[in-house]
Design a protein around this ligand. Structure first.
Ligand SMILES: [Zn+2]
Length: 113
């Protein structure tokens, strides 16, 4: 299951940061998920609690921030909104576009103690 391994990656990052920044508990995680990242927020939430169990992020709250997909159209010479990774430009139909936002998942902020 894709989302399960994503949660395991998140936990790994948290543990590395905990060592570096010397915190022992994560209380809240703000996670940015791009519209084009191919991540199911619901499935991620579902995996999150079980993966974080008995870790430094046990019972941590997960706040998901949706990031809209955006791409640069060289024909229009501007950024345009897209919903799918392989969408053509909604204004002129140009393809392919260069994705500039919303194609990744990252930890934005942590509340720790
Ligand atoms: Zn265009």
């Amino acid at each position: 299951m894709h989302e399960m391994s994503l949660c395991e990656n998140i936990l790994q990052t948290l543990q590395q940061q905990a060592n570096a920044q010397q915190y022992s508990k994560v209380k809240t995680i703000w996670l940015e998920i791009g519209e084009l990242a191919g991540v199911e927020a619901d499935a991620l939430r579902f995996s999150f609690d079980s993966v974080m169990q008995d870790s430094i992020a046990d019972q941590a709250r997960l706040e998901i921030i949706d990031i809209a997909g955006q791409a640069y159209c060289s024909h229009c010479a501007k950024n345009v909104p897209i919903q799918q990774r392989y969408d053509a430009c909604p204004e002129c139909g140009h393809f392919p576009l260069q994705i500039v936002a919303g194609d990744q998942m990252r930890i934005k902020q942590l509340e720790v103690e």
